[in-house]
Design a protein around this ligand. Structure first.
Ligand SMILES: Nc1ncnc2c1ncn2[C@@H]1O[C@H](COP(=O)(O)OP(=O)(O)O)[C@@H](O)[C@H]1O
Ligand SMILES: Cc1cn([C@H]2C[C@H](O)[C@@H](COP(=O)(O)OP(=O)(O)O)O2)c(=O)[nH]c1=O
Length: 211
């Protein structure tokens, strides 16, 4: 089977982490090698950058440069080698999160993000000039619902402590990206865990990604 690059996206508390184990098990059950990773992070250097991005105040350009620096290391050290081996790469967030959080949430210049994306994800010897996920599972739900779920769950980091208004802009950022590319599958994440998993499974089946 050929390599597969999956990303999971959505506002904080959308419920995407709840399905990572099942996704990994699904592909392993089919005899596939799985590389499970996350952004910002996925390498020792990128995990250090993640700590800064999640816990320190900074201006939106600095934040964008740090998430793209982390991404570059992650792409070179982990994602490209895994895809070259034929793995299924399951990535908890990728560049769409930058367009949603820094672009939508923080209101940062989308053209600068386009430029950074081209630099960081450029591929020399591939048919597609830009590395992108084959499928992006976008867990979409109203910010109020996500906030209510998170209130019981964990101590908020820098982003999770943001207002409902911030997350409405993040959601709009995801919607804008999704409208630009057929690689997005919108998941109605307001429904029960079982119903959400059913949609995830269906998105994979419909695209022929399950053997
Ligand atoms: N479909 C669902 N319905 C209700 N609560 C959910 C659902 N999916 C996840 N949760 C709960 O919501 C919280 C956030 O889920 P999580 O998977 O950590 O979200 P994310 O990784 O997108 O931030 C957790 O407490 C989780 O148990
Ligand atoms: C990848 C990425 C994440 N983020 C934010 C979104 C999340 O609030 C946070 C980390 O995401 P996440 O790993 O989903 O957090 P958690 O482990 O707490 O569920 O970083 C950005 O702002 N820009 C980015 O490019």
């Amino acid at each position: 089977m050929s390599a597969l690059f999956l990303s999971l996206e959505g506002i904080d508390g959308a419920g995407k982490s709840s399905h990572l184990d099942a996704l990994e098990a699904l592909f392993r059950g089919q005899g596939r090698a799985v590389t499970r990773t996350r952004e910002p992070g996925g390498t020792p250097l990128a995990e250090r950058l993640r700590e800064m991005v999640l816990h320190e105040a900074m201006d939106p350009l600095t934040e964008s440069l740090l998430v793209f620096a982390a991404r570059r290391d992650h792409v070179v050290q982990v994602i490209e080698p895994a895809l070259a081996r034929g793995d299924v790469v399951i990535c908890d967030r990728f560049t769409d999160a930058t367009f949603a959080y820094q672009g939508g949430g923080r209101g940062f210049d989308l053209q600068v993000l386009d430029q950074l994306e081209r630099w960081v994800q450029h591929r020399d010897s591939h048919a597609a000039a830009l590395l992108q996920p084959d499928l992006t599972l976008w867990f979409d739900l109203p910010p109020e619902v996500a906030a209510a779920r998170l209130a019981d769950a964990r101590t908020p980091d820098k982003f999770e402590a943001q207002s409902a208004e911030f997350f409405r802009r993040v959601s709009a950022g995801y919607a804008r990206r999704a409208a630009q590319s057929p690689r997005f599958a919108r998941i109605d994440a307001e429904r029960s865990r079982e119903a959400v998993w059913e949609q995830v499974h269906q998105a994979l089946t419909q695209r022929g990604f399950l053997g």
